[in-house]
Design a protein around this ligand. Structure first.
Ligand SMILES: [Zn+2]
Length: 368
């Protein structure tokens, strides 16, 4: 931010006097992305976890909207086009990561919110319970026409177009990284070290001097990892952008719903410790074919589901309590927000608007 704009804000604040400047402008943005976390999944996850309706923290966030998730070429998006829309403000074709197809068949990179933050000297973080090269995290820093191009995604992770690249990376896909960098004759650790990263498998590694990458093949405890990331990113007085993806696809319904409750716990905890100058957004890239079909109040829902699932011949598609058709679906998803700029999240809106909401919260203008 230039000093001139601070002066202007102070003047505007003095004139309006109703809200302090800090309430209007964010210093930090945290985007929580529930992958496949549509409203049916949030509803079922809350009831499974707490046996109460609307018991998720996310369901208490003050500003909410319903976000269209269609992609440029399909009414039902994949995660690549879904995250591209949210993080760049542009809808693209399914399978594409932060590039747009042009009339000549070329692919034009579009700048992500993370890249705007890097360019301005903020710290940035990407945390996921999926492989770090997977579509949702990759859309924040890579620009490739195919989400399957793992080698290119790893290469771009270490060759940022703006700033010095993502400051904190935590995700799975360690063996994928080893396989990709082996093609260049180096280990993942050597490749990351050369790019200036401390490298490890323990999320606690992220705290320390300079940038850090944590790659592993196993699950990890979400809250300590995100708290460590937040402490690390908060050292930058200019602010930070953090994207946390938690996969909640319900092709395995119990696992998916547990992941949804896990992310909710994380949003609750992080909302309590992030400063008031932090815009916090939760949304999903797309919904999923889960339906709650029955369930008695007064008995644990998780038990009712498990008993129905244990019956001979029961499948996830035919479970009478919660059934799942294993596919992404096209209905709107929840966008929920708190903090400076959250009040721009209301009504029915396109997923690309969430990019505008983040930019406006920071007082940033889009490149021409
Ligand atoms: Zn997805």
């Amino acid at each position: 931010m230039k000093f001139g704009s601070i002066g202007m804000m102070a003047a505007a604040g003095a004139l309006l006097a109703a809200a302090p400047a800090s309430a209007q402008q964010a210093r930090n943005v945290i985007l929580f992305l529930g992958d496949a976390g549509g409203i049916p999944t949030l509803n079922a996850a809350g009831i499974m976890a707490h046996d109460r309706p609307q018991s998720l923290y996310i369901q208490s966030m003050p500003d909410i909207a319903l976000s269209d998730t269609s992609s440029l070429n399909n009414w039902v998006t994949d995660s690549a086009a879904g995250m591209t829309a949210i993080i760049t403000g542009h809808k693209t074709n399914n399978g594409m990561l932060s590039v747009l197809p042009d009339a000549n068949g070329a692919n034009v990179p579009v700048k992500s919110f993370l890249e705007y933050a890097e360019q301005r000297g903020l710290s940035t973080g990407v945390v996921t319970n999926m492989p770090i090269w997977d579509a949702t995290p990759a859309a924040t820093f890579a620009h490739v026409p195919s989400r399957k191009d793992k080698d290119q995604i790893f290469r771009q992770m270490l060759a940022p177009r703006f700033g010095d690249g993502v400051d904190v990376l935590i995700g799975k896909g360690r063996s994928d990284a080893e396989a990709s960098f082996a093609k260049d004759g180096v280990t993942a650790e050597q490749a990351f070290a050369k790019a200036g990263y401390r490298f490890g498998a323990d999320p606690a590694t992220v705290e320390g001097k300079g940038r850090a990458a944590v790659l592993r093949d196993e699950d990890y405890a979400p809250i300590p990892a995100v708290e460590a990331t937040l402490r690390q990113l908060s050292r930058n007085p200019k602010g930070y952008f953090l994207m946390v993806e938690w996969d909640m696809h319900t092709d395995d319904p119990q696992k998916g719903l547990r992941h949804a409750a896990e992310m909710d716990d994380m949003v609750r905890r992080i909302s309590a410790i992030a400063g008031k100058d932090t815009l916090i957004l939760f949304t999903a890239d797309h919904s999923f074919g889960l339906r709650m079909n029955s369930g008695k109040r007064g008995a644990p829902m998780a038990q009712q589901y498990a008993e129905a699932a244990a019956k001979p011949g029961s499948t996830i598609a035919t479970n009478p309590v919660i059934s799942v058709v294993d596919t992404h679906t096209g209905e709107e998803v929840l966008a929920a927000a708190s903090g400076p700029g959250a009040n721009r999240v209301h009504g029915f809106l396109p997923n690309t608007r969430l990019f505008d909401v983040m930019m406006a919260a920071m007082g940033w203008k889009k490149d021409k």
